[in-house]
Design a binder for this molecule. Structure first.
Ligand SMILES: Cc1cc2nc3c(=O)[nH]c(=O)nc-3n(C[C@H](O)[C@H](O)[C@H](O)COP(=O)(O)OP(=O)(O)OC[C@H]3O[C@@H](n4cnc5c(N)ncnc54)[C@H](O)[C@@H]3O)c2cc1C
Length: 341
């Protein structure tokens, strides 16, 4: 393991925010993680586990230790030759899209709609990443973790992860208790492609046949046109979750705003589009100093260069307030705020 002091965080978060961490520990193996958590190695709490920092908004320097998992390795664990089902696993420090690309190149289906989501494998179960009609929970078989309090290994089955929309047990009752070391995904050589998003189907058809590789390429093409590249403009993708409201709330709003998008959700509930609500409050393209709302995508808050985390946080609060005042709907942040607020 490598221990560093006074580390600038700018390249460790996709908002490109310029804060410092008091200490950072790079963890390369499970053995190192065990030594860190069973008391063999001394280190300073509080701590934060950091992947690529693509879902985090720092609002101040971090006074404590950043744990930075770098566990590598992609493996085929089990393959049933007759049905084409298999289980593949990847270390927490593997770049997510490298793993998706590997799976698609091997002809293994299941993850193609989740192409080009920034971040590491270890973060995928934390918020149950999703895109284009697919959530990673449908593919995760189990999650291997190490208990931060004593260094013991615990494997969470899919059910034990208590996945829901951008949520899991790791954001709730077990928050901050486990370091994910490896994630196991169920894949198949006989994939049933999910082209339920009309725009995705159209893009695939433009590319030719409905194949795994074309689905991945289509997702990449669409994402490139819709989302700002964090290497050029700091951002963390969707800043807010799409609100889930009771049917009557959605129906009343739909009567008042007939062009408002609404989607069916679990029993008695409907999902609204945060981007639409924010846009309708006039936020798209607005900018205060270097903190702003992206000009094409109202759901994405951006750092045009020298914004502070606090400025972006304050902007998000103003957006929440105005959406509530206009529509009576409470937005919830998808991005995790770390630091003083
Ligand atoms: C341009 C852009 C587009 C995006 N599009 C999408 C999208 O389509 N769908 C989507 O769902 N998300 C999207 N996101 C959000 C982000 O990519 C995901 O949340 C991603 O999973 C975060 O990965 P990360 O490695 O950067 O995690 P971080 O942001 O570093 O951490 C996120 C959380 O996971 C925890 N964590 C990270 N690694 C571990 C580990 N090994 N063990 C325990 N806890 C851990 C952290 O403590 C933190 O709580 C987008 C972000 C950007 C910048």
């Amino acid at each position: 393991m490598m221990i560093y002091n006074n580390i600038p965080l700018k390249k460790y978060n996709t908002f490109g925010l310029d804060y410092m961490a008091e200490c950072m520990i790079h963890i390369r193996t499970e053995k190192e993680a065990t030594a860190l958590f069973n008391g063999t190695v001394n280190w300073k709490k509080p701590f934060l586990i950091l992947g690529s920092g693509s879902n985090i908004l720092f609002t101040s320097d971090f006074k404590g230790t950043i744990l930075y998992p770098e566990l590598k390795g992609i493996k085929i664990e089990k393959q049933e030759s007759d049905k084409g089902n298999l289980i593949a696993s990847a270390g927490a420090g593997v770049n997510w899209d490298d793993f998706v690309e590997w799976s698609v190149n091997k002809g293994f289906g299941g993850l193609e709609n989740l192409s080009q989501i920034p971040g590491k494998v270890g973060a995928t179960p934390i918020q149950n990443i999703g895109a284009y009609g697919v959530e990673v929970k449908d593919q995760i078989v189990k999650v291997k973790t190490i208990n931060i309090n004593d260094g013991s290994v615990r494997i969470f089955s899919n059910k034990e992860c208590e996945f829901s929309y951008r949520n899991s047990i790791f954001k709730n009752s077990e928050k901050g208790k486990y370091l994910v070391t490896r994630v196991y995904y169920s894949l198949t050589t006989n994939p049933l492609l999910n082209l339920s998003y009309e725009s995705l189907k159209e893009e695939v058809n433009k590319l030719g046949a409905e194949t795994l590789k074309n689905v991945r390429q289509a997702v990449i093409n669409i994402r490139r046109t819709k989302l700002p590249d964090p290497d050029r403009i700091g951002n963390a993708g969707s800043f807010f979750k799409n609100p889930v409201v009771q049917n009557y709330v959605a129906i009343n709003l739909k009567n008042e705003y007939p062009d408002m998008p609404v989607y069916k959700d679990q029993e008695g509930h409907m999902k609204l589009a945060s981007g639409w609500l924010i846009d309708r409050c006039g936020w798209k393209g607005k900018r205060t100093g270097d903190a702003g709302v992206h000009e094409k995508q109202a759901l994405v808050l951006v750092n045009y260069g020298k914004a502070t985390g606090m400025e972006i946080f304050k902007l998000s609060e103003e957006i929440k307030r105005s959406v509530y005042e206009k529509f009576g709907v409470e937005l919830e942040r998808e991005v995790e705020v770390v630091g003083v607020i």
